[in-house]
Write a protein that binds this ligand. Structure first.
Ligand code: AVJ
Ligand code: FE
Length: 429
């Protein structure tokens, strides 16, 4: 067995363990009632996420990769995300919290055994570990979803974390991104998901992009200017949603200048990126400001294109994986950091906080790139392609580093704001 093989096994085991530590933290922080309760019709009960994580791991790693006997084939249907809507899941005969914990632990034991025996040797070693990488990312994605559920939970606060770093001076203004081709997407990033592939050249006309995400302070100006009451700034669908949903400010803002964060009322910091806004609010703000949302290609070019070499980087700061000084990721801090807090994470053009802090809405609908092939299942992303979903980029403070990269694509309905969503603006040059 080669050194690389051993190192890869160790890496996979470590990443699986890190994901499970996060899952454990999010599910041990609350009592039984909070695990089985529906905190919002938009979310699953936490105990569903827990067992679903184990069930996907069983399907993909124990059964598919390992060729082992099912642990519990009788529960597949309960934890199939396409079978029951989130709002209906509390009414299903789910595993109770103890059963769910035992189930995920049993699955994990088998997976570590499968990992020991997996044929992770020879050429394209890392690619062959893709199924493991996908499961690591899947659990981390659900950990972010569970964090969003915690944000919707009522009751005494149970989560806390140290505050993020604070910049000497907030970053503002915009940068110019010259027109020209760049390489979008990837064919080489080992754990990139199907929708990030393949790499392809895209021509992007010259444009200007905000150095930082739109802040609470700027967003407050939009509110104060009557932005929520002026249909001029809203798309027709956006205005109709603003009316029926009665939107007047970001979710979790109170009328007296506070926001509720994991159960605590805190003053709204004008230098922090605004979070919990939907695509329609983001687009309305941009129109009011005389700007627009960036396209997905613009966002990725600003995040990856290196003007010195013409190459696309893995991350804005280079090819090294995210470290603590680069980006606010991984639930280390349970809030976005003020703009300018991560100078070491800026792109060569001087764009800050593209990775981490808040997911950024872009103007683009979720589609496959030219040459897209669904892998390993159509259900991961292909079934969501179309005009119903808008793309979000860059990850949030709730996203783990294993589940975001310069090429990573998230998507959601344009009305959704329970996710950790913000945005930045662009304009034509
Ligand atoms: C990529 C965040 C849109 O949560 O619906 C989790 C990730 N896919 N389980 C989602 C996912 C299957 C997905 N998002
Ligand atoms: Fe899932």
């Amino acid at each position: 067995m080669t050194v690389e093989t051993n190192r890869l096994r160790d890496l996979v085991a470590t990443e699986l363990g890190r994901a499970r530590d996060r899952t454990t933290l999010l599910t041990e922080a609350v009592d039984e009632g909070d695990l089985v309760r529906q905190h919002s019709p938009l979310m699953s009960p936490l105990v569903w996420d827990l067992a679903h994580v184990g069930n996907q791991e069983e399907l993909w790693l124990v059964r598919d990769v390992g060729g082992r006997e099912p642990v519990r084939h009788d529960i597949d249907e309960l934890y199939d995300a396409f079978k029951h809507a989130r709002r209906d899941r509390t009414r299903l005969p789910l595993l109770n919290p103890d059963e769910a914990r035992r189930y995920v632990a049993t699955v994990r034991d088998k997976v570590l055994d499968v990992l020991d025996h997996a044929p992770l040797e020879g050429a394209r070693l890392v690619e062959r570990a893709f199924a493991f990488g996908m499961i690591v990312q899947h659990e981390q994605q659900h950990d972010e979803t569970m964090l969003a559920t915690h944000q919707l939970r009522a009751g005494v606060p149970v989560l806390s974390a140290p505050p993020p770093p604070s910049p000497a001076t907030p970053v503002g203004g915009e940068v110019f991104v010259p027109g020209g081709d760049f390489e979008m997407g990837t064919s080489t990033e080992a754990w990139a998901l199907d929708n990030e592939r393949p790499a392809h050249r895209v021509f992007v006309p010259p444009f200007h992009l905000d150095r930082a995400p739109v802040t609470n302070g700027r967003y407050q100006e939009f509110i104060d200017a009557g932005g929520y009451d002026d249909p001029r700034w809203w798309t027709p669908a956006g205005w109709s949603h603003r009316q029926t949903a009665g939107l007047t400010r970001p979710e979790h803002w109170t009328p007296d200048g506070h926001l509720i964060r994991f159960g605590r009322a805190v003053p709204i910091d004008p230098d922090e990126p605004v979070v919990h806004v939907c695509w329609y609010e983001a687009a309305a703000f941009a129109a009011w400001a005389g700007r627009r949302l960036p396209t997905e290609a613009e966002w990725e070019k600003a995040a990856r294109w290196d003007p010195a070499t013409g190459r696309s980087r893995r991350y804005p700061w280079g090819d090294d994986p995210p470290a603590a000084e680069h980006a606010n990721l991984g639930q280390r801090h349970l809030q976005p950091a003020p703009v300018g807090a991560y100078p070491a994470g800026a792109s060569p053009l001087g764009v800050h906080q593209l990775i981490g802090d808040v997911w950024e809405w872009v103007s683009t609908d979720f589609h496959g790139y030219p040459g897209f092939t669904a892998f390993p299942y159509r259900e991961y992303s292909e079934v969501f392609f179309g005009a119903d979903y808008k793309v979000l980029r860059g990850g949030s403070f709730g996203t783990d580093r294993s589940a975001v990269r310069g090429t990573f694509r998230n998507w959601d309905y344009p009305i959704r704001r329970q996710i950790f969503s913000g945005f930045r603006c662009a304009r034509d040059a």
